[in-house]
Design a protein. Structure first.
Length: 142
């Protein structure tokens, strides 16, 4: 998306937004830039369109189709895994669905609580660092 003009970026966002709203009635408000490709302009356009931009900091690498055990190990032993981590998994990857139950129970056994992203993120006064984590610049999570 960083290769698009601001108007093209807005058109992309709003075309999908409108289609999802027509099909589901749901008003989306979270935006993860495809492929993690973003810059300040993309983030600003998303904000203008009413979106909170998010990014992952733990990639399951499920899209490489290495298998269930690989997904579980990649996530649970990831160097960035910690409180507040956002884990990237793909619904169309070959082994993701099979890995989820064990992945979730393993994370829970390590003391992690899984919450919706909307409860996890800062909604004001933040920026995304180079690893995709939100950095609070003076507010508490809302």
């Amino acid at each position: 998306m960083s290769q698009l003009s601001d108007s093209e970026c807005e058109e992309e966002l709003m075309a999908v937004h409108k289609k999802v709203q027509e099909l589901t009635g749901y008003e989306m408000f979270l935006f993860r830039p495809p492929y993690g490709d973003y810059d300040n302009d993309v983030i600003n356009v998303a904000k203008k369109c009413g979106y909170y931009s998010i990014q992952w900091d733990v990639d399951s690498l499920d899209w490489k189709d290495y298998g269930v055990d690989s997904i579980i190990k990649t996530v649970t032993e990831h160097k960035h895994l910690g409180n507040g981590s956002i884990i990237l998994c793909h619904n169309g990857a070959k082994f993701t669905a099979q890995a989820l139950d064990t992945l979730i129970t393993t994370l829970q056994s390590k003391g992690y609580e899984l919450v919706p992203i909307s409860e996890l993120i800062y909604k004001d006064n933040y920026h995304l660092d180079h690893e995709g984590r939100q950095i609070n610049v003076g507010q508490t999570k809302s």
